[in-house]
Design a binder for this molecule. Structure first.
Ligand code: ASP
Length: 410
């Protein structure tokens, strides 16, 4: 009897993607919205269901595991440094390409009647204070990931301080993490259909007619992001993370694809944790930096901030001075850090940058027409940046591949 052919999950997802593109091109937007979008939404909900318990359990176990506070401080400092540098380079890359391609020149789409909701940048002090939850249970219930991380790290330290007595609780959280990985594996069986639902809806919704006028914006975003990956992140991983590009790309494929299709870094978090571990990151570094990076390290969104600012300025005929561009880099980093890992969050956060350089916020409505496509590009790179950073920080600690990774362990 012929052995049963087994197609790997990644391939099944690629097939879902291809079929989604074909079917999406054949049906109308309303049909896709009624019948296909729910399939995709179900997938996003299923995956996001895993995130809060997974993050909490892995970070508690991770922090209790690194009971050495000096080490945690070192890992945190290195991680934040890599995040800050790559994010700033990413915004600059977006600016560079947009200044070169001029995506907004010649666009005369009417923005009349389109009103964007302004979001004023929260003050730095408030942003920092907001990391501390008043009520950890509320943070868990709301899924406020930074607050969850903050509490989980302290909880982990408290647990470590108990020594032997804390062991049962530590193993409890280790097990919860492992259980959540198993739950993710179950959910992922549905991924090919979910991917089909998401992509067919996107293609049906954004036919060529919608995409064409803003094609240059999409192209700029794509090129700047591709160059960031190929010429900044990849060499970084090679030189500072001792990892060959082929191995890196293979390792990040699954979270990349999940992020690309769902437009949610949060949805790709479980796969991203596994990818970082498979690529040699230690449990301690991965379980700290991947969930943290998932919320604050958004390289793709940072590129997008730079591209959109120039695009919008060009549409409105505003000249951006060098000082304006420097402001965009700074505010772009802040906006990217403040962006939540959910679909469309970056679009709202562009207002933080636009306000600073006097770009009318109606520009947001203009970008919104193609934002799903831009979101696919930026989200998929957001998660790639997290894994790249985890590899670099682990190597910097001299611990790359120092802990064998057992598939299915959190
Ligand atoms: N969708 C992005 C993410 O989840 C955030 C954004 O809109 O930029 O990473």
């Amino acid at each position: 009897m012929a052995s049963k052919m087994k197609i790997s999950l990644a391939w099944q997802m690629m097939i879902g993607l291809a079929v989604g593109v074909i079917v999406g091109a054949m049906v109308d937007a309303q049909f896709a919205k009624t019948y296909f979008q729910p399939l995709g939404t179900l997938f996003i909900r299923l995956i996001r269901m895993v995130v809060v318990p997974l993050v909490f359990a892995t970070i508690v176990a991770g922090a209790a595991g690194i009971s050495d506070t000096a080490k945690l401080g070192r890992v945190a400092t290195k991680t934040l440094l890599v995040y800050a540098v790559t994010t700033a380079i990413a915004v600059a890359m977006g600016l560079l390409f947009a200044n070169w391609i001029d995506p907004g020149v010649g666009i005369s789409l009417s923005t009349e009647g389109l009103k964007a909701k302004a979001v004023s940048a929260p003050s730095l002090v408030d942003t920092l204070l907001d990391i501390v939850p008043i009520n950890p249970m509320e943070a868990l219930a709301k899924g406020a990931i930074l607050q969850v991380i903050f509490f989980a790290v302290l909880f982990g330290f408290g647990l470590a301080a108990l020594g032997e007595r804390g062991k049962p609780v530590l193993s409890f959280f280790e097990l919860v993490g492992d259980v959540m990985i198993r739950v993710t594996n179950i959910v992922m069986k549905y991924a090919p259909i979910g991917v089909f639902g998401l992509i067919s809806y996107t293609v049906a919704q954004h036919g060529l007619a919608v995409l064409l006028p803003l094609f240059k914006l999409i192209l700029t975003s794509f090129l700047a992001t591709a160059v960031l990956v190929l010429f900044i992140l990849t060499p970084m991983v090679m030189l500072l993370g001792r990892t060959k590009p082929g191995i890196f790309f293979k390792g990040i494929f699954e979270p990349w694809l999940i992020a690309f299709t769902t437009c949610s870094s949060a949805a790709a978090l479980p796969a991203n944790l596994a990818a970082a571990r498979r690529l040699g990151s230690t449990k301690a570094v991965a379980s700290f930096s991947i969930p943290l990076g998932n919320t604050i390290n958004m390289n793709g969104t940072a590129v997008y901030m730079g591209v959109c600012s120039v695009f919008a300025a060009e549409v409105y005929g505003i000249d951006l001075t060098m000082a304006d561009q420097a402001t965009i880099v700074l505010m772009g980093v802040i906006a990217a850090v403040g962006t939540a890992g959910v679909p469309g969050a970056g679009l709202i956060m562009t207002t933080v940058v636009f306000t600073q350089v006097g770009i009318p916020l109606e520009a947001v409505a203009l970008i919104a027409g193609v934002d799903r496509i831009l979101d696919m590009i930026r989200t998929s790179i957001n998660v790639v940046g997290d894994v790249a950073s985890a590899i670099v920080v682990t190597n910097w600690e001299g611990e790359l591949y120092s802990e064998p990774y057992v598939e299915g362990e959190a």
